[in-house]
Write a protein that binds this ligand. Structure first.
Ligand SMILES: [Zn+2]
Length: 553
């Protein structure tokens, strides 16, 4: 992706004859240079002031919005996944094994095969096993990630390389699934995945930077000009530094350094946190820390829930199987969040279950108790489930509610969630509407590629409103329809709210004179029906007032 030098007469661009989203309602025209937005108003008024000074582009009725925000995304993981052994989400076991067999035929014996993403419920009443993979991949270590990114399926060769045997105990915050004889089945949950990951050779820095760049380009082509990278580990940080040093980062990125032994290590975390200013540039800021509170509310039962999983009797099951896993201890978390809050760092919590959300808010409350209000805008993320009382607490504590991924409609993974959680709690799944009504700041993220095939914000905008599959109409099945919101609310979430969470609402949260020109031109989705919004075309993206040349790679 390439930004040509400021163009046009005096470097001024006037977009006229369209529908421009501003804080004072829809206007026809906007004028900007490469520093600031100069004017918004009617085409006639703008032309009277800027005719002869600006390059004028007739919008022909198209829509202009501020650049969109994806507040939870994993571009490094996505870029690398594009280059792996991939099969469609929800593939049958036969289809997955056929794909693995094909990957085996292209890979020298002994070399790792990694890929995804399988869904637990594609396997019916059984679970994936190492033996299934051994049949098609006897000579290559294989590790396949599930659609949530919280479970891996490995073969015998891979387990052997990782030294995982019946005598290996479960790591902290993780689970090695075993059969009735105590033998590892090949399924690894949460931090247990890291036992194998450390043996998988990493692509070179240049390859990783290219993967990261291609994922960021993919987001930008869809109108996203600002993201929060929700998992900056050592490899990812290095790739960002590589792109920044070469002037190849062209969107606003807030990086969240990942906390926890499973991801980096404490020395690395403390060192990079202390020197975070070294990484700061026009487009990159390292002012966020990611903390994993729990896993996912699927058949893996790793999201931490206040009430037991469906059909589980807590009397007869382990607490982890009944209520899920809380990955961080309360006192450790309270002191961490208090320290980061005082240092001006935002904490982004992975909290899919309602017990995890409560524990995250407890830690924010502890920080407020020491540091006072307002403090940083910490965001409690995913929120597949959160209790009504905790939504109110978020408002009181100045915490942000982040709903992700863009899966607010019937999907394979949501069938899995429905089966694990049961119908009653599903009426409040991803309670976006309750979040808005509470008055707390609400933002959303794609979580691409974890758990979702889509990073498309237009799918997100449509399905926040419809709660149905993209393109589906009245009468088609829905997911949590009581939590649907209006189109106006969805647009606010993707624009002003995202910028507000980054404390940049005054800079690029909207389109008004004096703000920074992060602007996108898209097809006129206002004149289509709501279930066509996912087809919105992004024609032009302006970053800092300059048009981004978008290649097709
Ligand atoms: Zn994530």
């Amino acid at each position: 992706m390439y930004l040509p030098p400021a163009h046009g007469q005096n470097g001024i661009t006037a977009l006229t004859g369209g529908k421009v989203y501003t804080s004072t309602g829809w206007q026809e025209a906007v004028v900007f240079n490469d520093e600031t937005i100069l004017a918004v108003g009617s085409t006639a008024a703008v032309m009277a002031d800027y005719q002869g000074q600006a390059t004028v582009i007739d919008l022909g009725g198209r829509v202009v919005l501020p650049g969109l925000h994806d507040m939870h995304v994993h571009p490094m993981m996505a870029g690398l996944a594009m280059r792996e052994c991939a099969f469609p989400q929800g593939s049958s076991p036969e289809k997955i094994l056929a794909q693995v067999a094909e990957c085996v035929s292209e890979t020298p014996p002994g070399e790792w095969i990694t890929g995804g993403q399988w869904a637990g419920n594609s396997f019916g009443d059984t679970q994936p096993t190492k033996a299934m993979l051994d049949r098609v991949a006897p000579n290559n270590p294989v590790m396949l990630t599930d659609i949530s990114g919280h479970s891996s399926w490995a073969n015998t060769r891979a387990l052997a390389i990782g030294g995982i045997t019946r005598d290996t105990s479960d790591p902290d915050g993780g689970l090695i699934e075993r059969d009735t004889f105590g033998e590892p089945t090949g399924l690894l949950r949460e931090s247990a995945m890291a036992i194998l990951q450390q043996h998988i050779p990493q692509p070179s820095l240049q390859k990783r930077a290219e993967a990261l760049e291609s994922a960021l380009d993919d987001l930008m082509r869809q109108g996203v000009t600002s993201i929060v990278d929700a998992l900056v580990d050592p490899d990812t940080l290095e790739a960002y530094a590589y792109l920044v040093a070469r002037n190849r980062l062209r969107m606003k990125v807030r990086g969240c350094l990942v906390y926890g032994e499973a991801w980096g290590n404490t020395d690395w975390f403390n060192r990079e946190l202390a020197r975070r200013a070294d990484y700061t540039s026009e487009y990159f800021s390292l002012d966020c820390v990611k903390v994993f509170m729990d896993g996912v509310p699927t058949e893996s039962h790793t999201a931490a829930m206040l009430e037991p999983y469906r059909g589980v009797d807590p009397e007869n099951e382990s607490p982890a199987r009944a209520f899920g896993l809380l990955l961080v201890k309360a006192d450790e978390l309270a002191s961490l969040v208090t320290r980061l809050d005082a240092d001006g760092i935002t904490v982004k919590f992975h909290a899919a279950g309602d017990r995890a959300a409560r524990a995250a808010l407890d830690a924010i409350e502890a920080a407020r108790g020491v540091n006072g209000l307002p403090g940083q805008r910490h965001d409690v993320g995913h929120l597949t489930f959160i209790a009504p009382a905790d939504i109110q607490r978020a408002k009181t504590l100045g915490a942000t509610l982040e709903y992700s991924p863009y899966l607010w409609f019937p999907t394979v993974i949501n069938d899995d969630i429905a089966a694990a959680i049961g119908p009653e709690r599903l009426t409040r799944v991803w309670p976006v509407r309750e979040g808005i009504e509470s008055g707390a700041l609400v933002v959303v993220g794609s979580d691409w590629p974890a758990g979702t095939p889509s990073n498309n914000p237009w799918v997100g905008i449509e399905t926040l409103v419809t709660r149905r599959q993209p393109g589906a109409g009245e009468g088609d099945s829905s997911f949590g329809p009581a939590q649907s919101i209006t189109l106006e609310q969805a647009l606010a979430i993707y624009t002003g709210n995202g910028a507000a969470q980054l404390s940049r609402g005054h800079q690029y949260g909207g389109i008004q004179p004096g703000m920074m020109p992060y602007v996108i031109v898209v097809s006129d989705f206002l004149s289509t029906s709501i279930n066509e919004i996912h087809t919105t075309q992004v024609d032009t993206v302006y970053v800092q007032g300059r048009r981004v040349e978008m290649g097709s790679d």
